[in-house]
Design a protein around this ligand. Sequence first.
Ligand SMILES: O=C(O)CCC(=O)C(=O)O
Ligand SMILES: [Fe+2]
Length: 330
Amino acid sequence: MASESRIAQVATTIPVRNVQDLAACDAGELTADALERYVRPDIDKDAVLYEHSGELPVVDLGRLNPQHWEEEAAAKLRYACEEWGFFQVLNHGVPEEVMVSIKRDIQEFFELPLDVKNAYAQTPGDLQGYGQAYVFSNDQKLDWKSLEDYSAEVEKVAHSIATAIGKILNIDPELMSDKYAVQVLRMNYYPPCTSMPEKVLGFSPHSDGSFLTILSQVNSVEGLQIKRHDAWVPVKPHPEALLVNVGDFLEIMTNGKFKSIEHRVIINAHKERLSVSAFHSPKFDGVVSPATATPTENLLYRTVKVEGYIKHSMSNKLDGKRALDHAKAF
Ligand SMILES: O=C(O)CCC(=O)C(=O)O
Ligand SMILES: [Fe+2]
């Protein structure tokens, strides 16, 4: 569909030297100068709280479907969206063989020579950090069965989570259904950095310009950190779970009750990290309006045009939750 290709077009970023190529060069070439672009002076500004990793909410999707709905699981989902903005999802229903195949194909893809990868991909780009990404929207898939299967399965997961959220918030399912209608997949690759891993970021702090994002931490290498109470909490990869986060459009729609949380990716000294993000967003020509629980509730956000918001959030330098300021009511 035309609107979907437009997302991939705005998703391109500034061309820079491919980081995978950079990381593969001789140690002598990896000077502070070569890495300067990726060094983040404020990387240590906020504490990293490893001891809180285990507190990240885990939501059991098997207990949140119309045939089997448990209030306790619903309360957990609400808490996760209000307090953390991120949660692990178990019993997500994606068959094991689909997970195994997509993980294998992504690993193999990133081992291909650069020119072959670039010929495959519509929109190779950097991640505003020491990372590399390839983006595919619904109509621009690689010719892989695994990607097609994964995409379809993750769409079902997005549907189940959005339906459960709609039920929790008392939102008409019809109104909910077009909020996650467009899916864009991005494969992310973060090479190891032996010379100064503690100084470079794989992905600068940002919140997602989506409605819901579903992430698979493909090779279970740690790196993702999420903001909580002005500190960073590392997310431990969970082999059976998918990681889900509230995106900016869901924060706007809930008038700030569900939180689209700032996150970043740090770099490992020895291991590469691979992940695949599935962004689910409303159709490009739509709008998202804040829904208030009571008529007297103050409006924190205004109605935003989807296309304008996505373009705005992608065309600016990543800067925490700054993109959402664009949608503030005042
Ligand atoms: O690789 C990751 O863990 C995070 C990726 C991410 O934040 C994104 O794709 O928006
Ligand atoms: Fe993200």
